[in-house]
Design a binder for this molecule. Structure first.
Ligand SMILES: Nc1ncnc2c1ncn2[C@@H]1O[C@H](COP(=O)(O)OP(=O)(O)OP(=O)(O)O)[C@@H](O)[C@H]1O
Ligand SMILES: [Mg+2]
Length: 158
């Protein structure tokens, strides 16, 4: 497990981190986005979608009610927002495991709802420090995510 954190000073900077991550992704990949309401999870998700090559005219919105959006790009992208998940059976209906642990890229907002903080993947925590300042803490769990983590850190630090 490896961890790295930095401060994002603007929405644009968080978006740029997502774009860089999206460019580096190989399948399968699982990215878990934690943070309070308005922390910037969806901003990061939008960047990842852009970096993966989702058509820039396609709006990337939080799947708050549908719980999952699918986008076709360089790799298939499955964007989950589990905020409203009340019953684990809903995960089965969504086919969550097939998407999260199958091919393509799965992005999960509110992974707390899964009650499992050990899931292998790239965990990203966003903390609102006030105004436009966000602390972003990245942790690679498992071999595959740790390699992605290393490549992202190198790319980001230029
Ligand atoms: N440094 C920053 N990084 C990301 N977002 C920022 C930053 N500074 C300000 N913001 C603003 O914070 C908000 C983040 O909203 P976003 O929808 O991404 O949050 P979220 O974590 O997905 O919340 P929710 O759980 O409600 O879906 C946006 O309005 C964005 O403009
Ligand atoms: Mg969101």
């Amino acid at each position: 497990m490896s961890t790295w954190s930095f401060i994002s000073a603007s929405e644009a900077q968080t978006l740029e981190l997502g774009i860089q991550l999206g460019r580096l992704l190989e399948q399968p990949a699982l990215i878990l986005l934690q943070g309070d309401l308005g922390a910037g999870k969806s901003v990061l998700a939008r960047g990842i979608a852009r970096g993966l090559g989702v058509d820039p005219r396609t709006p990337i919105t939080s799947p708050t009610f549908t719980m999952m959006n699918h986008y076709s790009a360089r790799l298939d992208l499955y964007h989950f927002d589990l905020y409203r998940l009340s019953n684990p059976d809903e995960l089965i209906e969504l086919g969550f495991d097939d998407f999260a642990f199958g091919q393509g890229v799965a992005l999960v907002e509110w992974p707390e709802r899964l009650n499992n903080h050990e899931i292998p993947g790239l965990w990203i925590v966003l903390e609102n420090l006030g105004e436009d300042s966000r602390k972003i803490i990245l942790t690679g769990r498992g071999e595959v995510a740790m390699q992605l983590f290393d490549r992202l850190r190198k790319a980001w630090n230029g």
